[in-house]
Design a protein around this ligand. Structure first.
Ligand code: NAD
Length: 348
């Protein structure tokens, strides 16, 4: 049964000293989002993550930074005190190697959204953002590398990625019902493979662009001429540059036409993993022999973002060319790699 339509009341304009709470801020996307809002002139930002501060990718001066485990209800209440807007980007997640292996951890992120949205509602926040994923889409539609781009309605009938995808889908429903039943304005973006500087590049949670950058850097540094690629490399994906992602989050969160309406936030530039590797080799100025590990975790055969809806509603879509975004990502990971070799801290 469809939910009843609610009347949308207009909010007062967001003031620079309204409190913005960003969860998961020790991580990649939320860390960049904190910096984005500070650059836009917001003076009261509360950044929250369960990681100790020294592990955060970005620590932005002048921002209130709290270490709290947001799977605990009381911590969510503390995090949301006085909040005008709440952005939930906290999740236990990683690339394919992580989400295929640690489904329980992925599912347990349901606790974060469940407690955080309730705390945001009780605190009287005006808007709530949830970072969903293309992993909610029906996996049966993604069996071919020459995949049809996925549009928002392709999540149902549901056959999401086991663990991670189902957690996202259920949390999306929480967000929709908090609007329909309780009137909290919620916003849901389905991210498609976000990449860029200040993200995970080793340790097992990294995604393909960062992992391949690191492997190419290691091969060059260690004088090897081979590059290990997971699978045949024919699997396809699109990759969204971080600057487009944070701008998209802002646009989506402040568009009343998108209340409780999941929307793709991704690039529609589809590439195979082999092509991605070749692009990175070109940036590094090397040509390596590809060695394919056919037993590695792969995820779906192909996935792309259909951007018809976002272009229609926002008149905008992520557009940073992959070559440009990869060059910036490669440079940052190379710097981190060099720092680590010298025994220095690897985040700034
Ligand atoms: P990330 O791992 O870099 O950041 C997530 C952060 O959440 C981490 O710093 C982690 O410590 C924190 N966290 C985990 N559990 C927590 C808890 N209980 N309490 C407080 N903090 C906790 O990941 P990211 O790439 O920045 O992703 C951000 C969001 O976007 C996540 O919800 C993720 O599922 C979603 N997403 C990301 C991508 C992508 O390509 N990066 C794609 C689809 C969806």
């Amino acid at each position: 049964m469809q939910a009843k339509k609610r009347l949308v009341e207009k909010d007062p304009p967001l003031k620079p000293d309204d409190l913005i709470v960003i969860a998961g801020a020790g991580g990649f996307i939320a860390g960049n989002l904190v910096r984005y809002f500070q650059n836009r002139g917001f003076t009261r930002i509360r950044a929250v993550d369960k990681k100790p501060l020294y592990e955060w990718y970005l620590q932005v001066p002048g921002v209130e930074s709290l270490c709290l485990d947001l799977s605990i209800e009381a911590n969510c209440r503390r995090a949301c005190e006085g909040a005008v807007e709440v952005y939930n980007l906290a999740a236990d997640m990683g690339g394919m190697g992580f989400i295929e292996r640690f489904r329980v951890e992925c599912l347990r992120s349901i606790l974060i959204n469940t407690h955080l949205i309730e705390a945001a509602y009780r605190a009287g926040a005006r808007r709530y953002f949830f970072s969903s994923s293309a992993c909610v889409y029906n996996t049966l539609l993604q069996k071919d590398p020459r995949v049809r781009a996925l549009k928002e309605s392709d999540a149902y009938p549901a056959m999401a990625e086991r663990g991670y995808g189902w957690e996202k889908l259920l949390s999306e429903m929480f967000c929709q019902e908090y609007w329909h039943e309780r009137g909290l304005k919620t916003f849901i973006a389905r991210f498609h493979n976000v990449y860029g500087p200040h993200g995970t590049w080793d340790g097992g949670r990294e995604k393909a662009p960062a992992a391949l950058c690191r492997k190419v850097i290691e091969a060059v540094d260690q004088g090897r001429d081979t590059l290990d690629i997971w699978g045949s490399g024919e699997q396809t994906r699109s990759f969204c540059y971080i600057d487009d992602c944070v701008k998209g989050i802002d646009l989506i969160m402040h568009c009343d036409d998108l209340i409780a309406t999941p929307i793709n936030l991704g690039s529609s530039e589809l590439v195979s993993i082999n092509t991605l590797a070749e692009k990175i080799e070109r940036i590094a100025g090397v040509k390596l022999k590809h060695r394919h590990d056919l037993s590695a975790p792969l995820g779906v055969a192909g996935r792309n973002s259909d951007n018809t809806f976002i272009k229609q509603v926002l008149g905008w879509e992520p557009s940073t060319p992959l070559d440009q975004g990869l060059a910036a990502t490669y440079a940052w990971i190379k710097e981190q790699y060099e720092r680590r070799k010298q025994g220095r801290r690897v985040v700034d």
